[in-house]
Structures are given as structure tokens and as C-alpha cells.
Design a protein. Structure first.
Length: 93
């Protein structure tokens, strides 16, 4: 069992960011180290928590169980919604 604090939560976040930008977890970690990836914890107009992630020139909103990417015209496109929690959120998964 892993004893490092927040290990599972950080692992889930890195995995969700990799999925949002259709890249590998290794590339996400490299982008963080190089300052090419930024993340901010926000709350939407409906009171739901999400992560606003910016990777190079792309951006995505990552919710538990859903990922929204900006398409080329600037509007949001739902990329993933499996109806389940991806872990690392406050719902207990």
C-alpha cells in the first residue's frame, strides 16, 4: 500500500489530464515540470467543482466523470461523460 500523502488523488488527476488532452501521463508530468501545463481549481455557475487545465495552447475543464474541451471556434465540446466518478474528488471514490 502506498503511504505517500494524496498519492491516489494526484495519480487520478494526472490520469484525467492525460485523458483530457489525449496524451500520456508521462507527457503530463513532463509538461508540469517544463511549465507548459497549468491547473486551477474552480467552481462553475451551478456550484460544481472542476479543474481548469491549460496545456500548451489547449484548455479543458475536468469534472468528476466528465471532461469538456474547447473546440476550434471557442465553444465547449463535451469529450467524456461516463456517468461515474474518476476518483480524487469529494464524493468518496
Amino acid at each position: 500500500m502506498e503511504n505517500r500523502e494524496m498519492y491516489d488523488e494526484i495519480n487520478a488527476l494526472v490520469g484525467a489530464v492525460a485523458k483530457a488532452f489525449d496524451t500520456s501521463e508521462t507527457e503530463v508530468i513532463t509538461a508540469i515540470e517544463q511549465g507548459r501545463l497549468g491547473m486551477e481549481m474552480l467552481v462553475d455557475d451551478e456550484g460544481r467543482n472542476y479543474i481548469q487545465a491549460q496545456f500548451d495552447e489547449r484548455s479543458a475543464r475536468i469534472y468528476p466523470g466528465a471532461i469538456f474541451r474547447e473546440d476550434d471556434d471557442g465553444s465547449d465540446v463535451e469529450a467524456e461523460d461516463d456517468g461515474s466518478c474518476g476518483g480524487g474528488c469529494s464524493c468518496g471514490h
